[in-house]
Design a protein around this ligand. Structure first.
Ligand SMILES: Nc1ncnc2c1ncn2[C@@H]1O[C@H](COP(=O)(O)OP(=O)(O)O)[C@@H](O)[C@H]1O
Ligand SMILES: [Mg+2]
Length: 223
């Protein structure tokens, strides 16, 4: 079956002043439609960089990324941004919530940006599942790390994206909430054939995935 995500020989080198920092040194990756893949590896090995490239948010230094038949290098920045908004839900490691908006605003804005209008049914279902219904009128700084994380997850899911890319989505959650988020991801994956690529240090989350990709020093070392 044709992969929904295809990356070939990806490299990424950041330049800090006069120093080159190689983050990815030639990564090949294929993810099938509907697959649940966990990405693991020590801090600094390039996991977040890889996910940002797969999501079209960072351009690779070299190599090819093709998502759902679209080669990112052949798209304009505007087309890639529109594509991302419609097809990809991203859960950032640092949440990236807008500080001036309430939790409700942060979640709802994703649907407004996508342009499909606000779907109250889907919104309610997601905030209920994530148990943040009574937190919706609060601004991010008044929420705990775990609550902010769940708002960030809700924002990624509310548009019903084909692909979810999540950077340590359970990193700030206690084990009970981590299990709840994992179960929700598995349910979405099974029921809606959503493709999930999840960076995690949590062995339980990894055990729930169909496949584990190990990264070390910018290379895939096990798949
Ligand atoms: N924007 C950036 N500018 C400079 N260096 C960066 C940047 N982003 C990441 N790096 C470096 O790239 C390497 C990989 O980082 P990252 O992908 O965040 O690793 P991980 O998510 O596995 O912890 C690290 O050495 C990090 O310091
Ligand atoms: Mg990271």
């Amino acid at each position: 079956m044709e992969p929904i995500i295809e990356a070939e020989n990806l490299t990424k080198t950041f330049r800090l002043g006069k120093v080159d920092v190689p983050a990815l040194r030639g990564v090949d990756l294929r993810v099938r439609r509907g697959e649940f893949v966990a990405i693991m590896g020590p801090s600094g090995c390039g996991k977040s960089t890889l996910l940002h490239i797969l999501g079209g948010m960072t351009a690779p230094t070299s190599g090819m990324v093709c998502v759902d038949g679209n080669d990112f290098s052949e798209m304009s920045d505007g087309d890639r941004t529109r594509f991302r908004r419609h097809k990809i839900g991203f859960v950032f490691q640092r949440f990236n919530l807008l500080p001036t908006l309430t939790a409700r605003g942060n979640i709802a804005i994703a649907q407004h940006i996508q342009g499909n209008g606000f779907n109250p049914h889907r919104f309610d279902k997601i905030v209920e599942t994530l148990k943040i219904k009574d937190k919706l009128d609060q601004k991010p700084f008044t929420l705990s790390g775990g609550e902010q994380q769940r708002v960030a997850i809700a924002r990624a899911l509310v548009c019903d994206p084909k692909i979810i890319l999540a950077d340590e989505p359970t990193g700030n959650l206690d084990s009970e909430n981590a299990r709840m988020v994992l179960e929700m991801m598995q349910e979405l994956n099974r029921e809606f054939e959503q493709t999930l690529v999840v960076i995690t240090h949590n062995p339980e989350v990894a055990a729930g995935a169909e496949r584990i990709i190990q990264i070390r020093d910018g290379h895939v070392v096990a798949d």
